[in-house]
Design a protein around this ligand. Structure first.
Ligand code: GLY
Length: 555
């Protein structure tokens, strides 16, 4: 008995002190329970965080088709613990080689309604499949076929859709009906399905199998590529073989910043997210935000958002096509200049700041966060843009194409359909990546690490900002970051948008008195997935946004 107890103590001691890495738990937070399970399945088969990221990305493509998919793209922010290496894998869609700057304008130069959001002309060349292959080949432990197996199973066997699916189908019904292949998959005899609908995606399972067996050739050349091109071109798009064969992911150096004791590692261009996040934090670092009253705090945060979004619209675009002054924009001296124009007693009308911006409507998109037992991390934000992307599926592929072309400024320098304008930096060009707001982010204060991100279109950046401020002020509870009431300002339109519980009536009165315009958005937005980890003690917590039905777990 005594021997057994000594044996047990020894085992515990060995487990805890000799090889803590082996005993350390992993955490996964995703927008969909089946995707979280797919990630843990791959970890249990010997995969690392990067293999799990492949499994989660592919599973989300199947179970949350309104938000992301292999017909879309995304950004995977990675940290490899063994050599302290951070990078961002950019699997953003590219404009087809046939794209033209005025492709969504009529003969009089006016935007043609819906052309950049519905149907194959709105689709960029997908980057997600190339991203999965790159993650596996460069960072993973397992074969691609192993990591894709859960997604293939889910596509082939099907699953019962959730309420969010039904709501998003309703929102995109016309676009889905316009594509017979999409309607056959996502609708029920041409109508929005009812609760209990089982989504089976046989063609998508076959396409994922081709990817599993042949790697990037399984998607970008061969039968699937032929079907994609034939389907797009038969429905009015203009894709060439070279569009697919020439697609490559890019490894980008993340942008980094410092807010008090907190290090920020986040998404570089072609995302605007990281630059805008760091600009806002640099401005806010100049104020003792935790000491001012609540209305002043929100006023200052809004003024920082206003200035960061002004720069976003003015300067940001695909760095392979336009020179983006990242170093200047995230410089603290530059932020001091921006902060100098902020009055504590008065809102700055956006009209008083030079610049222009494009309004973005609410977008779908998804985010997940992973830390494995070795401390490898992934923050990934993936998208097809609007819910169900373009609504178009090239027959035989099961691949729902994105409508990410709408993230370009389709009419640079001139007012768009919403009375607002975008800048040349984000004008359409062949092979160019549209500007994104996706902001997968790592935050660190000493041994404390946060991994987070969210969907939400142009509001993504301010959601991450609000969570970063919490962590930066010592809040180590990810459940509270993801459930923070939200408010947002994006320079134009010149209003503070807020969730119903995002501002109390006293705060609304106080901000109005400072000259701010306020606009309740009438519903809750975002779907943040976050992890907190104490590198020293190994304590780890994960949280999924209470606004939706994701699953965060530690195992
Ligand atoms: N399509 C959403 C984004 O990239 O920001």
């Amino acid at each position: 008995m005594a021997k057994q107890r000594i044996g047990l103590l020894l085992a515990l001691w060995l487990g805890v002190f000799v090889n803590p890495a082996e005993a350390a738990p992993a955490a996964i937070a995703t927008a969909y329970p089946l995707a979280t399970e797919a990630g843990f399945e791959i970890l249990s088969r010997g995969g690392n965080a990067f293999d799990a990221a492949v499994a989660v990305s592919a599973a989300l493509a199947v179970v949350e088709p309104s938000s992301s998919g292999i017909g879309g793209g995304g950004f995977w922010l990675l940290h490899r613990a063994s050599d302290n290496f951070s990078t961002m894998v950019d699997g953003r869609e590219r404009a087809p080689l046939s794209a033209r700057v005025d492709m969504y304008l009529d003969a009089t130069g006016e935007p043609i309604p819906k052309l950049s959001i519905d149907g194959p002309l709105s689709a960029g060349i997908p980057g997600l499949p190339a991203g999965l292959v790159h993650l596996t080949e460069t960072y993973g432990n397992l074969p691609l076929a192993t990591s894709l197996a859960p997604a293939i199973r889910l596509a082939r066997d099907g699953f019962v859709v959730d309420e969010h699916y039904l709501k998003m189908v309703g929102y995109r019904l016309d676009a889905l009906r316009a594509s017979s292949a999409a309607a056959a998959i996502f609708l029920d005899r041409g109508d929005a399905p009812a609760s209990g609908f089982r989504l089976v995606q046989g063609d998508l399972a076959k396409t994922l199998e081709a990817l599993a067996e042949q790697g990037r050739d399984g998607f970008y050349t061969g039968l699937v590529a032929q079907q994609l091109i034939a389907g797009v071109n038969a429905a009015g798009g203009h894709w060439r073989t070279q569009d697919l064969t020439a697609y490559r992911v890019k490894q980008r150096t993340p942008v980094t910043g410092q807010y008090r004791q907190m290090k920020i590692t986040t998404a570089p261009p072609p995302s605007s997210g990281g630059v805008a996040l760091i600009t806002a934090l640099n401005i806010l670092e100049r104020y003792a935000l935790d000491e001012v009253d609540d209305i002043t705090r929100k006023h200052l945060v809004v003024e920082a958002m206003r200035r960061a979004y002004r720069d976003r619209a003015q300067y940001l675009g695909d760095p392979d096509f336009t020179q983006v002054p990242v170093a200047q924009l995230i410089d603290k001296t530059y932020a001091a200049g921006l902060a100098a124009g902020i009055r504590r007693d008065r809102a700055t009308p956006s009209a008083m700041l030079p610049g222009r911006a494009k309004l973005q409507r609410g977008r779908d998109t998804t985010h997940f966060s992973i830390i494995d037992g070795d401390g490898n991390r992934v923050a990934a934000t993936l998208s097809v843009n609007l819910p169900f992307g373009s609504g178009f599926v090239p027959p035989g592929t099961g691949v729902l194409l994105n409508d990410e072309m709408d993230d370009f400024s389709s009419k640079p320098g001139l007012p768009n359909a919403y009375g607002l304008v975008g800048a040349e930096a984000n004008a359409i060009a062949p092979g160019k990546r549209p500007l994104s707001s996706m902001t997968p982010t790592f935050l660190e204060i000493g041994d404390d690490v946060a991994v987070l991100g969210t969907p939400g279109g142009s509001r993504i950046i301010t959601m991450v900002l609000l969570a970063a401020l919490e962590f930066g002020e010592g809040n180590k509870d990810p459940a509270s970051w993801v459930s923070l009431p939200r408010y947002h300002h994006q320079f134009l339109p010149d209003v503070i948008q807020f969730e119903t519980d995002g501002l109390s009536s006293a705060q609304q009165d106080g901000l109005s008195a400072l000259g701010h315009q306020l606009k309740p958005v009438g519903r809750r937005y975002g779907n943040m997935q976050a992890i907190w980890w104490d590198r020293a003690s190994g304590h780890i917590r994960a949280a999924s946004d209470p606004r939706r039905q994701g699953l965060a777990d530690v195992r």
